[in-house]
Design a protein. Structure first.
Length: 325
């Protein structure tokens, strides 16, 4: 259950997940109790106007300590990270941001007696030797992107802080996340967001993955629900302390195209695989999330066609509002 008087910090609040999660946390905990923090100010009016914003670089420990002293946070959601495709362009920086950022947050949580920390992991922790169908919770992990390596190492550190120091850190291995409110930044699964924008603009979509590349994906409302369900579960129900497998749907570019064509029959796609194809080919095609189902009752609501209908409806509405403004 949520303790609605908690003060909550969201680091990376302006990102694809952060901008939606922060609004939902503000609904639950009250606008002034949820501090949105990011390296640059929010562009979304609802995020900007619904509660406090603090400019924070997660690599700056002094700024983090000052912030914690000011607000006395009970919970921290640390979402800031360099994703898979961008990480390959500057591996050393990706490693620094992803690992030092996590250490800074874990140490801050210990020092300031923060009660709960959330940190997202990813299907990128898996690699070419991992079973690709129904990938188990515990299996071979040989990630070959710097993002995946940092997420795998981060999972081990989260479990370490839980076992050694009793810090209540919780984590989910997200599949590709799809939402209409904000664009993702630099991932291998980003095509599955971009494709809806192009379809509504009446343009042909050039896909950077081949047509039959299956990847696990999830609609944003399910991702938000999973995150909050995990964070609000009683501690004894959270038995996995590295990171939970999480699943909703799997599809290929060909299948998402067919789903969009049910609404927009003239929509067309072409394929021009680039370096992201190799990353996608090293990841699972489907995920076994039975541990999440058993431990805290996880169940997704959206499949591909339900997501497509909702995405197109809301994106269209947003685009019409932007034209009127
Ligand atoms: C990415 O593609 O890098 C992310 C992820 C699956 O973690 N969306």
């Amino acid at each position: 259950m949520a303790n609605t008087s908690d003060t909550v910090l969201v680091i990376g609040a302006c990102g694809q997940l952060g901008s939606e999660l922060t609004l939902e946390l503000r609904n639950l905990y009250g606008g002034s109790n949820v501090v949105a923090a990011d390296i640059s100010a929010p562009k979304q009016a609802d995020l900007r106007d619904s509660g406090p914003f603090e400019k924070v670089d997660v690599l700056d420990t002094k700024v983090l300590a000052d912030l914690a002293a000011k607000y006395k946070f009970k919970q921290i959601y640390h979402l800031a990270a360099v994703l898979s495709a961008t990480g390959e362009k500057n591996p050393k920086f990706a490693w620094k941001l992803n690992m030092d950022g996590l250490f800074n947050v874990l140490d801050l949580a210990l020092e300031q007696k923060v009660e709960k920390v959330y940190w997202p992991s990813s299907i990128a922790v898996f690699g070419p030797s991992t079973p690709r169908q129904n990938t188990p919770q515990h299996t071979i992990m040989d990630p070959n992107t710097v993002y995946g390596i940092s997420k795998q190492a981060g999972e081990r550190w989260c479990e370490y802080y839980f076992q050694k120091y009793g810090l209540d850190v919780r984590s989910l291995r997200y599949p590709g996340l799809i939402g209409y409110k904000a664009l993702p930044g630099g991932g291998t699964t980003d095509y599955a967001v971009d494709i809806y924008h192009k379809a509504l603009e009446g343009e042909t979509f050039e896909c950077f993955l081949s047509g039959n590349t299956y990847l696990p994906m999830m609609y944003m409302p399910d991702a938000i629900k999973a995150t909050l369900d995990l964070m609000h579960a009683p501690a004894e129900q959270v038995k996995v302390r590295d990171s939970y497998n999480l699943s909703a749907m799997s599809f290929s570019p060909e299948e998402i195209t067919a789903s969009i064509q049910k609404h927009l029959p003239d929509f067309k796609i072409t394929y021009k695989p680039d370096s992201r194809q190799q990353i996608a080919d090293s990841w699972p095609q489907s995920i076994d999330d039975s541990a999440a189902q058993q431990d805290w009752g996880w169940k997704p609501a959206y499949d591909l066609d339900a997501m497509t209908a909702d995405m197109l409806l809301n994106l269209k509405k947003m685009k019409e509002e932007q034209t009127l403004a």
